[in-house]
Every structure is written in C-alpha cells, then in structure tokens.
Design a protein around this ligand. Structure first.
Ligand code: GDP
Length: 454
C-alpha cells in the first residue's frame, strides 16, 4: 500500500496563503490528528468529499494557525486517493511547523511530482497529460499555456488513441489472414488496408512535424536586435521589455555584450537579445562582442535590424542584412521624433519597414503588429501541438519508422505476418508515447523533473 504523503503545494517562502497537501489512504486520519474543526463535534473523518471546514492546525505545543481544511474522497481527488488540503496563512514558520506535525502524525515527505505520479498510476491521467501539467506550470506565454492545456485536457492523447485503434484493427486483420487463410474470410481489401496505414502515417508525420512548432510556442522565438552603435538598440530593447535592462548612453559602443530578455508580443514569446553594435573595428572587447553578435544572428529566428532614421545608411550598412538572407527581418528606422531623412525603399526587399521612436514609443504598436505578423510565418497553432518533449518525440518517431517499414513490407508483397509484427512494433511505440506502456525507470524520470508538492 502506498504511504500517505504530504508536502507544501505553494512556495514556503511566504505568500498570503500557503497550501499543504496530504494524500493517501490515511490522509483524513492524519489530517484529523493536526486539525481541530471550529464547529463542535465536526471532524474531517465525517466530512464528505469536496467539503471544507474552518478550524485550527495544532501540534503538541498548541495551536499553530487557523485556516481551512478541504477533504477529497477517493477516487474523486487529484491523485485518485483520499486527500486533505490545508489553506493556511502563508508564513514560513506556520507552513514548516504544520508539515512537521503532519509527519509526526504518520505521513511522509512527498517526492518531486509524487502527487501527479499517483494520479497517473491511479489512471486519473495519461503520462502525456501528467507531463502537460508541468508545461502548464512552466508556461510563459498565452500560446504556450493554451498548447499545454490542450494536451492536459487530453486532445493529443485522443488523437494518438485513434491512430492506435486503426493500427490495431489493421494488425488484427493481418493476423486473421495469417492464422486462418482458408477459413472463408472475404478477400482482403488490399487498398483499404493500405489506405488506413497511410492515413495514420500522415497523421503521425504531422504530429512529429508539429514538434518544432510546439518548441517555439513553449520556449519562444529567438529574436536578435542588431544595428550600428548608437542607433537605439538598447532603447528599443528597454521599450519592448518595459524596463531598464540595457545600458543606454550616447557614447557609441556601450552595449558590449549581449543582454537577453524574454517578452511576450501578440501571445508569442520572444527571446530578445540586444547585441553589441555591429560595426567593424572598435576596441578588442567590442570586437569580441561583435563576433558573438554575428553568431547570434545566425541562430536567430527573427532579426530586428535598427537604423537611425536621421542618416541615410551606406550600402555597407544595408549589406548587413545579407548576412543571414533567409531569416525573417523587421527593419526599424528609429528616432523619427527627430525627423525622418531616410529613404525606406532600399530596405523593403528585406522585410517589413517600421518607422518609429524607441525613445518616445511612437510607432511601437506598428512594431508589435509586425512582430505578430512575422511570428505568424511559423504558423504557430497551439491547438496543433501534440508532442511536448523529447521523450514523446523519440516514441513518435519509432512508431512512424515501424509503420513505414510495415507499409513498405506490405507493398513489396512480403508475408502478412511480417507486416503484422511491424504494426505491433508501431503500436508498442504509441503506447510508450502515451505512457500506457512504459518502464518504471521512464516513469520515475518523468516525475523527477517535477517540483515537490505537484
Ligand atoms: P545602441 O548603441 O544602439 O544600443 O543605442 P542606445 O539605445 O544606447 O541609444 C543611443 C542614444 O540614442 C541614447 O542617447 C538614446 O537615448 C538615443 N535614442 C535611442 N532611441 C531614440 C529615439 O527614438 N529618439 C531619440 N531622439 N533618441 C533616441
């Protein structure tokens, strides 16, 4: 029998409220050992699931705090077990002393992710959904949250279940013809069989292709701000980030290194870096910075190229934009508050041209719109995200590989039992992907990445 576990569910370093979670067969009894309901005669043991009571948590030295206890009855709890949650004042002493009292009453410290692991082991959610719980907690943009929630709600799981069903049907069909070839079975519908396999192949390939899309949604777009010294890159970065981050001065070459910041624009996360002024020469420190800036440009998925609207750039300046011809670019003609003398036409072939003032914020809305529009090039669709991490990707690729082999074997006229074995292999990989058939080691590894209390 699994032990009754307990842990802080909120940050113990303070907050208006702090939550402690207890889960397991003895959760209610443990709860009653440390909580006294305010209402006479009431105790957690005689409360129904989804009900709460006001009272005091105490230990042998006396009352620790007053708060609310919520009771959950198996299987209707997060873990699927009996559970109790205490909502207390979020002070560190209150939280630690209460947890110690809970341990003294027989519960043990929950391991990282153990509540969610129990939910998985008790069939409350698939491994994919459990992994999505972490992504919901870690989501840092609205698109990432939407994608994680879609997986958590089981959309991806259902998609994979459908594929698995089709493959299982095909494998069974293949097996029937192998086992009972003369048993009066109708002639096998070869085209139908192949069509079904090909349909799953297409879906699986799309799921794998969507991984990059998912990675961009989850971790953001690598976006680099480049331009000559003093054109206003740091000021622009500060404008986008909404705070003073880079050092802004009017001495050319102040941003010597790369300053990074993560901002959300149009629901998409941008990992912005402001680079040292891209100009040849300069002192040694600056030229090292410039090398790194060029490296950054090569790795960037979006480039914000800044120019001073007050000076017509020479061809050499513009040729900067040829460094990475395939990367989407937005050209910013900055400092329009001082007037705009630049002819925008030579820039237009490189990308959207925005005239703005990073100092006054004029034109910032146009820039945000251009960023959203350019980000649209990745066709980021949070609903299309299925695969959320490397573990799932490996399993999906293995499933696709075995399925392709099965299709090849079938088209090459190989024996149906060989095709059946390959289909079973593909199904086994799909079961690994959803977590329905994984080793304990894999499960342990997944949950080891969780925080304690989740
Ligand atoms: P960087 O070297 O490209 O990072 O440029 P900075 O952001 O450090 O800006 C250089 C100078 O230009 C600073 O004095 C800024 O205040 C000024 N500056 C930046 N953007 C604007 C702008 O839009 N309008 C005006 N008038 N000055 C700006």
């Amino acid at each position: 029998m699994a032990k009754t576990i307990a842990a802080f569910a909120t940050n113990v370093k303070g907050g208006a409220l702090g939550i402690i979670r207890i889960s397991g067969e003895n959760a209610v009894a443990v709860g009653d050992s440390v909580f006294r309901c305010a209402a006479a005669g009431k105790c957690l043991a005689n409360m129904k699931g989804y009900t709460a009571a006001y009272g005091h948590v105490f230990d042998k030295s006396g009352d620790i705090d007053d708060g609310v206890a919520t009771v959950f009855r198996a299987p209707h709890s997060y873990t699927g077990e009996d559970a109790v949650e205490f909502s207390l004042h979020g002070g560190e002493q209150v939280m630690r002393q209460t947890l110690r009292a809970i341990f003294a009453a027989g519960a043990v410290q929950a391991q990282p992710g153990e509540f969610t692991k129990r939910a998985f082991l008790n069939g409350k959610m698939s491994l994919m959904q459990a992994e999505a719980v972490m992504d919901v907690i870690g989501a840092s943009s609205s698109a990432a949250l939407k994608a994680a929630n879609a997986v958590k709600e089981g959309a991806a799981f259902q998609k994979i279940q459908d594929m698995k069903e089709t493959l299982t049907y095909c494998a069974a069909q293949a097996a029937a013809y192998v086992d009972f070839p003369e048993e009066g079975l109708q002639e096998m519908d070869e085209t139908g069989f192949l069509n079904k396999l090909n349909a799953v192949k297409t879906q699986l390939a799309a799921l794998i292709a969507g991984y990059d899309n998912g990675a961009v949604i989850k971790s953001g777009i690598e976006c680099v701000i480049v331009g000559k010294p003093n054109v206003g890159k740091s000021t622009l970065m500060n404008l986008l980030a909404g705070k003073e981050r880079s050092i802004v001065t009017n001495i050319a070459g102040t941003t010597r290194d790369i300053v990074e910041e993560t901002v959300e624009v149009g629901g998409i996360l941008l990992r912005l870096s402001d680079t040292a002024g891209l100009r040849e020469g300069g002192d040694l420190v600056e030229s090292i910075g410039m090398e790194r800036a060029k490296e950054k440009m090569k790795n960037a998925q979006l480039i914000l190229a800044v120019f001073d609207a007050g000076e017509q750039p020479d061809d050499a300046d513009i040729s900067l934009l040829d460094t990475v011809p395939d990367t989407p670019k937005i050209i910013i003609l900055n400092k329009t508050d001082l007037g705009c003398k630049v002819d925008a036409s030579p820039f237009e072939k490189y990308g959207t041209v925005i005239k703005m003032s990073a100092a006054t914020g004029e034109g910032a809305a146009d820039l945000q719109q251009a960023i959203s529009k350019t980000a649209g090039l990745w066709k980021l669709d949070p609903d299309a995200v299925g695969i959320a991490n490397e573990r799932q990707l490996v399993a999906a690729k293995a499933a696709l590989c075995a399925l392709e082999d099965a299709i090849d074997a079938y088209t090459a006229g190989q024996m149906l039992d060989a095709v059946g074995i390959l289909l079973d292999e593909s199904i086994a990989s799909l079961l690994e992907l959803t977590g329905e058939r994984v080793s304990d080691a894999v499960v342990d590894q997944v949950f080891a990445n969780f925080c304690v209390g989740k």
